[in-house]
Design a protein around this ligand. Structure first.
Ligand code: NAD
Length: 480
């Protein structure tokens, strides 16, 4: 964006992961000066040299445009904290062994900020953290000798989704700001003013998305505790929606109904909404599993029984297992079977493999003696760190290479590229035309009419087990 009238604020973002890097690029895009700090020296060197460590649409464009101008990368948190008016903490908050959020990265950053600041700063929780973290950060900073009037701690949870992170950040449904003082909330309002005023959407070279100048995002001002709870509750609710539709899918499968019809019918109710009602192989990723566990842990700590979240987690685990059993019943035996796999990241559009149900299923198949040929448009390098290539695991560079001479093809995430496959080519590439689709990307009637044995999630006819004799002893398809 250029020529905006809003105030330019100096912002430090600590952490250059999916949230920190996207937030940094987007804050620069809306006119602020941004210093992005990470303690991973190799990552910072990559970023300084023009590299892009994660796969995210529009991120390369924004980084190329703003790097060296409004956006800089450093490992020097002290200097960055001193230069900034607002310091956003966007480091990881992984799950600890007890299920609670591990706040050690946040703690380390808060202590370092405390040792650095010499003028008023607003320290902003961008990471997803449990309620009361705000107070706890305040205490850490005070314990380091910083006077109360030299800082505020605010909460500004992030709702971006990997795969559409830049668009989500610049065209959000809402911006939530939890602050205890006007001074802190005024600064955060000023930071987001180019979005909330609609000014950004009037710019000719804006990143396209759903927001327009006359329909800017609302900024919801709350207490810091409410803001913290909003983030955990949002993710827990979305995970609940996914587990809910997965159980409905299992009912559909048993009853011979199509869950896609059912979820359309449910989603048309404006009280419910159609998003996150896609049946599949369960949720994964770096947020839902840990945030559901962390919110459950928060409930326990404050003495509230949130058994619903236990069920959500249990259903999610069972859904992966159910899909695995579906593959087993289709293939009859596993040992020595050659299986093509499409999708390794936890969903399409990202290279993030954290808590990926796809990787979980691939690991189980390898454990059963299968030979895997896997393709993912972006996640191969990261997946190799978890499952190194070897006799049972081959990484290939196209969906057709994954399908080549395979006994079955599994679809484990929802890259757009997979929806656009040449199905005839896929048919003659496979050794047996069995497609087991964990994301319901194809129409069962079309797939059956093309000669595939097609299994998906929660759709008619799928409760009948595949007759392995008829599939494996059927005449081989014509060669091309
Ligand atoms: P990430 O693991 O991708 O990135 C975290 C970064 O912080 C890493 O680059 C790491 O090197 C850096 N870091 C750790 N300690 C540091 C320190 N002391 N100083 C400087 N840098 C440090 O994490 P992420 O996915 O970006 O998530 C960050 C937070 O945002 C988490 O709390 C997460 O729950 C939340 N969140 C994530 C998403 C998402 O889709 N990934 C969405 C919304 C919110």
């Amino acid at each position: 964006m250029t020529n905006h009238k809003a105030e330019s604020i100096t912002i430090t973002v600590v952490g250059s992961g999916y949230v920190g890097l996207v937030a940094s690029a987007c804050f620069a895009e809306i006119g602020h000066r941004v210093i992005c700090v990470d303690n991973d020296e190799a990552k910072v060197r990559t970023l300084q040299a023009g590299g892009i460590p994660i796969h995210e649409d529009f991120l390369p464009e924004l980084l190329n445009q703003h790097r060296g101008g409004k956006l800089e990368f450093t490992t020097d948190l002290r200097a960055a904290a001193q230069a900034a008016q607002a310091i956003f903490i966007a480091v990881g908050t992984p799950q600890s062994r007890t299920g609670s959020a591990d706040l050690s990265f946040v703690d380390a950053v808060a202590s370092e900020i405390a040792r650095s600041i010499d003028s008023y700063k607003v320290i902003v929780e961008k990471s997803t953290v449990p309620v009361y973290t705000n107070e706890w950060i305040r205490r850490v900073i005070e314990r380091n000798g910083v006077p109360k009037d030299l800082f505020d701690v605010a909460s500004n949870p992030e709702f971006l989704r990997e795969g559409t992170a830049v668009v989500d950040f610049l065209h959000p449904d809402r911006i939530v700001v939890g602050a205890a003082t006007d001074r802190a909330s005024d600064l955060l309002k000023a930071i987001y003013a180019p979005l909330t005023s609609g000014e950004y959407y009037a710019a000719g070279n804006r990143i396209p998305g759903p927001r327009q100048q006359d329909e800017p995002p609302p900024l919801l001002l709350t207490s810091t505790k409410a803001a913290e709870i909003i983030k955990h509750a949002s993710n827990a609710f979305l995970a609940t929606k996914i587990s809910f539709i997965n159980v409905v899918a299992n009912i559909c499968e048993a009853a011979g109904a199509d869950v896609e019809d059912v979820s359309r019918g449910i989603g048309m109710d404006s009280r419910i909404g159609s998003k996150f009602l896609r049946a599949g192989i369960g949720y994964g990723g770096s947020c839902f599993p840990k945030d559901v566990a962390a919110f459950r842990n928060v409930a326990e700590l404050v003495g509230v029984d949130f058994g619903l979240l236990h069920e959500v987690e249990r259903i999610n685990e069972e859904q992966k297992l159910r899909f695995f059993q579906k593959v087993r019943s289709a293939l009859w035996t596993f040992r020595g079977k050659k299986i093509g796999v499409l999708g390794l990241a936890f969903k399409g559009g990202t290279d993030d493999i954290r808590e990926s149900p796809a990787l979980d299923i691939v690991q189980r198949l390898i454990g059963e003696g299968c030979l895997i040929s896997a393709y993912d448009p972006a996640a191969e390098e990261r997946a190799k760190e978890t499952i190194p290539p070897g006799p049972q695991m081959r990484y290939v560079d196209s969906p057709y290479a994954a399908a080549q001479d395979a006994d079955a093809l599994l679809i484990l995430n929802d890259w757009k590229e997979f929806c656009e496959l040449d199905l005839e080519r896929l048919h003659y590439t496979l050794r047996y035309p069995i497609v087991i689709d964990g994301r319901n990307l194809f129409d069962p009637t079309t797939m059956t009419s093309l000669g595939f044995t097609y299994l998906s999630v929660g759709r008619p006819g799928l409760s009948q087990p595949v007759d392995p004799i008829s599939v494996f002893h059927a005449p081989k398809k014509k060669e091309r």
